[in-house]
Design a binder for this molecule. Structure first.
Ligand SMILES: [Zn+2]
Length: 80
C-alpha cells in the first residue's frame, strides 16, 4: 500500500498503522481451551482490526486524495 492517509484529528499525513484489539497471548490460551472460544476470539480480533493514525490512534483517517484528505493536507505547513 503506497497511498498516504490524513488524520482529521491531529492533522497527521502519512502511512496508517494497523491496530488489532485483544492480545495474541489470549488468543493462544483460548485456542488451547477449545476450538470455539479460540475461533470466536480470532473472529472478534479480525473484525475489530482497523487502520488508524500512528500519532493519535484515531481510527477514521481518510485517504490523502479524497476531498477530506485534501482539506487536511492543505492545512499542513510545507515540510518534508
Ligand atoms: Zn491523528
Amino acid at each position: 500500500m503506497s497511498q498516504n492517509y490524513a488524520c482529521p484529528n491531529c492533522g497527521f499525513v502519512g502511512k496508517p498503522r494497523r491496530y488489532t484489539k485483544g492480545s495474541l497471548g489470549w488468543e493462544i490460551v483460548l485456542w488451547v481451551l477449545g476450538i470455539l472460544p479460540g475461533l470466536f476470539y480470532s473472529v472478534w480480533r479480525i473484525s475489530t482490526r482497523y487502520e488508524g493514525c500512528p500519532k493519535c490512534q484515531y481510527p477514521y483517517i481518510v485517504p490523502e486524495d479524497s476531498p477530506e484528505g485534501q482539506e487536511i493536507f492543505k492545512k499542513q505547513p510545507a515540510s518534508s
